[in-house]
Design a protein around this ligand. Structure first.
Ligand code: DX5
Ligand code: ZN
Length: 214
């Protein structure tokens, strides 16, 4: 399994240090949750925060845009140093043109589905994607409980990938711990986005190593 550390549950007064710590602990990606208070009922970071911590990361930086207008704002996060942009298929602006624009700038593209969104909503995008992110909690907050009904969706996406020979990796985000990591692995996930379980643990290295070996 690959690990993406979600800074939402990290110590915001020491963001740069937290990035360095998870890098030393062996994280494969850094995941930054961008919330606009509109698409989700919470507000977090803007591109300036991403730019200020990007320099501490030697691994790809992912901006998970939980915002209504990813088409307008994604470039600001790309300019700030994001390597991967995640946008939600539930936004009105999710279309192939947006994906192609991102690709033209050498950005890796990830489509995100909320727990209540059906897999058929992303079918037409699948051949063009680098990642698909299945939300395993409702977006907006860290520390929520994993929704087991999402396992079926992970399986479906995994099966379609195999049948069609698509190349994208499957990420899961929300409520990941040792137990749920093993469930999503069986369902076909490749990357675990981990927030509170990692940042509340005493030893980041041990937590990441254990999750990787699940
Ligand atoms: C939630 C975010 C997640 C969040 C996960 O909307 O997208 O990345 O940090 O946190 P945990 O792992 O605590 O559920
Ligand atoms: Zn996220």
């Amino acid at each position: 399994m690959l690990i993406s550390s979600s800074l939402l549950s990290s110590d915001f007064s020491n963001l740069g240090k937290e990035v360095k710590k998870v890098i030393r602990a062996g994280t494969d990606f850094i995941h930054l949750d961008i919330m606009d208070g509109h698409f989700v009922p919470n507000i977090t970071f803007g591109p300036m925060v991403l730019a200020s911590i990007r320099k501490f990361s030697s691994v790809p930086f992912e901006a998970h845009l939980m915002i209504t207008q990813p088409d307008i704002y994604w470039k600001k996060f790309a300019d700030a140093g994001a390597d991967i942009i995640d946008f939600h298929v539930e936004t009105k602006v999710a279309n192939l043109r947006l994906i192609k624009e991102m690709k033209k700038r050498n950005i890796k593209v990830c489509i995100v589905l909320n727990p209540s969104t059906q897999v058929n909503k992303i079918f037409k995008f699948l051949p063009y994607l680098d990642y698909v992110l299945v939300m395993t909690v409702n977006p907006g907050f860290g520390g929520q409980k994993f929704i087991p009904e999402t396992l079926d969706k992970i399986k479906k996406i995994h099966d379609i990938r195999q049948k069609k020979g698509y190349k994208f990796l499957i990420q899961v985000d929300g409520g990941i711990n040792y137990q749920t990591a093993s469930l999503v692995k069986k369902a076909g996930a490749d990357i675990l986005v981990v927030g509170s379980f990692l940042f509340k643990s005493k030893n980041y290295k041990k937590t990441i190593e254990t999750l990787k070996c699940i």
